[in-house]
Write a protein that binds this ligand. Sequence first.
Ligand code: ZN
Length: 331
Amino acid sequence: MDPQYPTNRSIDAEQLDNTAGFPAELTNIPWIDIHNHAHTLSWNDREKFALSGCESMVMMAAAYYWTPYKPVEPQDVQYLWDDALNRLDQIRQAHIFDAKLGIGIHTGARVDDYEALLERMPAYCALDEVAAVGEIGITPTQHVARWELEDQKEVTRRQMEIAADTGIPAVAHTPPDLSDVDIPFRERGMIPGYELDMGMQQEPVIDAENERRAAIELDIECKDEAGLPDDQLVLSHADRAASYVMENTDCYLSYTVSYPWLLGVTPRDVAAVIEEYGPDRVLVETDSAGILRSDVFAFKRTIFELYRLGLDLDTIRQVVYENPRNVLNAE
Ligand SMILES: [Zn+2]
């Protein structure tokens, strides 16, 4: 064979057929992060969203761990909403992406007198700035103050009713199953990478072998009681065990990709669920927040990785862009 390269002897490249390479479009697929807390990140971190192609995002202004006082009172939660609303306009002006808010009552710590918040929520949800009710949903274990299950169901169902009445989606967290995840020092009541004292976590309020599954079933029960259409409910923090939601509901499953060190979720899990159930109800989210080690660029890496795993461009685009756009435009 005539050498193609002026190298001393034959090199591997001479043996290869000309490989196709990657389509340029892969670097340009826009994406929407339907669940994050980017208002709690730094300016530099928010810039990374724009640098890696984020078109828009929904920042959940509901996070019990940012309230200065415990137990949490209604005015503390309303402060979280007001703080995010107050800063939203500047975030939009400073960064090259669109941003909206999720407004909700997180069940990670009990809120006494939550009725006062439920009365105020519809006016917030009617704002153009608010794209979702969230994040909400049943939580098996609270921080500082337990929240009995009956009350959690009430506050979750009522918030889903507000979403249904307003015509916006609800984003519900689901408790992660960390049993397979290797977290060093966990037994000491701390998780490196997470700024939350696990020693203040209370005894679970769900008495079930599979707390995660039980919480998801209750979220779905609340959705039905609230009359919220399935395509207006996003179940966040999906994991490999997708079958229950995929086979029993028409809700969306959203995969948190920015902290695999804690959740154990990787692009392979996203590809596997798409392979098995199709792309129609699968979403990707960062859930990035200042309270834990998370990587904004993980979203873009997931796009590249899904392609390397064999998904075509149209399927990837549907999952990272068209699905979230449809959820947010649902009426
Ligand atoms: Zn979140």
